[in-house]
Design a protein around this ligand. Structure first.
Ligand code: ADP
Length: 491
């Protein structure tokens, strides 16, 4: 302020000096008549008003009127206030001062505004450029706040990301936080309400994307027009959204790579298992079929080796198929299929490990054939029956029933276990999902139901679970009957 006053004082002095100069030139150096002198003063006032402003021009006008009166209006060398010419001159000088200073003020203001707009555009451009080129290895929130503080000359900047509930800070100063909830509390409040807040020199605005607040931004000492501020907030919204998209993409990529890795690893392990298993199987078959008689005990042991080699071999084949299905690499080999025959075979497979438990099969008469991949459907059914045995009390029965229902065949696998609560009936089919109650004491991978559902869905059917809680669970498999459809190969 004191600098402004000093500048004003020196300008007034200069204005007076200009008037004195004009007087000296017009009366002494090249003496001119009163009219010419009047014009010279007018020009002087016009110049002062345009260059500096109203105050300087008004003072110069009064001084010019006095000099004009004293030096040029007759009687020269004497003030004659009564003369009408005197007032005309004063009016002309003042009017000139007023109009010229007003016009020049407006020009200057427009120029200032244009400059400010240009600066804002440059700042916004710098910010958008930076947002496009952010270093993904570092936290984008931190980078954004630091750059806003630098580009827009803010003492302090804080950004609240509502998705992660993180607050990032930038700038060299701190926010004044005299009363709770402090800057972080206010940021959260603003983001929640989608409103804006300003106190002291701090401005807090919500960041909105698609009509939904996704965070908020606090800036101390920011001077921006409303339009530019809105553009700044939009840019920050884009930056936050970009972080989100990149995170999702990299998570998806990581998941894909890990899937691929798992399936390759399983393939490799299976391959390593196959060779020794083939040798064991060949050896046991040859011992059993050898003409040399075996003792009863030797025969029993050789049979165990032979059967277990078969079981292991099946397990390995299944593990590989599972990995393939899981990696989406499965090809269905469809053929007409008698489901009752298949169910018999699958249940026989479990008979050995059912330890005397009742495995009941019932089927409607004249069940239509379906066209399906026999091995894969068997694999899916094995998962469900295996679960029914695994998750129900020892000794309790498991029953399987097949019926026709409209254009589908429905297979129901019922057990007397604890059942599945309503809220988990979808989740148990998710990959790797295992119920909390079994996690620690029943071995499993959480893949079985997922794989069963993938197989059934690949056939155009579905799997779901029914049953009253406490009265066991009933897993239902629906497979479409494709009457008269020729066997086909499909992916
Ligand atoms: P896993 O059996 O390897 O855990 P699954 O995908 O086959 O994986 O099953 C997922 C979860 O669903 C199991 O952990 C278990 O908690 C639950 N579940 C599956 N079948 C039954 C069933 N018949 N009775 C009760 N719970 C079951």
């Amino acid at each position: 302020l004191s600098i402004d006053k000093r500048i004003l004082a020196s300008r007034i002095t200069l204005s007076l000096a200009i008037v004195a100069g004009i007087t000296a030139v017009c009366s002494r150096v090249l003496p001119v008549n009163a009219t010419t002198a009047g014009f010279a003063y007018l020009l002087g006032v016009l110049g002062i008003a345009t260059a500096w402003g109203l105050i300087e021009a008004v003072i110069a006008s009064v001084a010019a009127m006095l000099c004009f009166n004293f030096f040029f209006l007759p009687p020269v060398g004497q003030f004659s206030i009564a003369d009408a010419q005197n007032w005309v001159a004063l009016f002309a000088f003042l009017a000139t001062a007023l109009v010229a200073s007003h016009v020049s003020d407006r020009e200057k203001k427009q120029a200032r505004e244009a400059k400010a707009r240009q600066r804002e555009t440059e700042q916004l451009y710098a910010l958008s450029r930076f947002i496009l080129l952010t270093d993904p290895a570092q936290s984008i929130g931190r980078q954004v706040t630091q750059h806003i503080a630098e580009i827009f000359d803010c003492g302090a900047v804080a950004l609240y990301d509502a998705t992660t509930a993180e607050v990032f800070r930038g700038g060299l100063e701190d926010f004044p936080e005299p009363d709770p909830p402090g800057i972080e509390g206010k940021l959260k409040q603003v983001a929640l309400q989608g409103a804006s807040l300003s106190d002291h020199a701090t401005l807090i605005r919500a960041i909105v994307l698609g009509g939904r607040p996704i965070g908020s931004l606090a800036m101390k000492g920011l001077s921006l027009s409303d339009g530019a501020l809105q553009a700044l907030l939009n840019l920050v919204a884009i930056a936050l959204e970009r972080v989100r998209t990149e995170e999702t993409a990299s998570r998806a990529e990581a998941a894909r790579q890990s899937e691929e890795f798992k399936s390759t690893l399983l393939d490799a392990i299976a391959h390593e298992f196959k060779t020794p298993l083939t040798s064991i199987k060949a050896a046991s078959t040859s011992i059993l079929s050898d003409s040399a008689p075996l003792s009863a005990q030797q025969h029993e042991l050789a049979t165990i080796i032979d059967e277990e080699a078969d079981r292991l071999s099946l397990l390995v084949t299944e593990a590989v198929r599972m990995a393939q299905i899981d990696a989406g690499k499965v090809r269905l080999e469809r053929a007409p299929l008698n489901l009752v025959d298949l169910l018999h075979r699958v249940l026989n497979h479990f008979a050995a490990q059912a330890e005397g438990r009742e495995l009941k099969l019932s089927a409607a008469d004249s069940l239509p054939e379906i066209v399906a991949d026999r091995d894969l459907i068997a694999l899916a059914l094995r998962q469900l029956i295996d679960n029914a045995l695994k998750y129900s009390p020892p000794g309790s029965p498991v029953s399987v029933r097949a019926d026709r229902q409209g254009a589908s065949v429905i297979i129901r696998i019922h057990d007397c276990g604890p059942g599945i609560p309503e809220r988990e009936r979808d989740r148990i089919f998710e990959k790797f999902y295992r119920r909390q109650s079994v996690k620690t004491h029943v071995p499993g991978t959480g893949l079985g139901l997922h794989i069963a559902r993938e197989i059934v869905r690949a056939h155009g059917g579905d799997v779901w679970v029914e049953g009253e809680p406490g009265a066991g669970s009933e897993f239902c498999v629906a497979l479409p009957v494709s009457a008269g459809k020729p066997p086909e190969q499909s992916a």
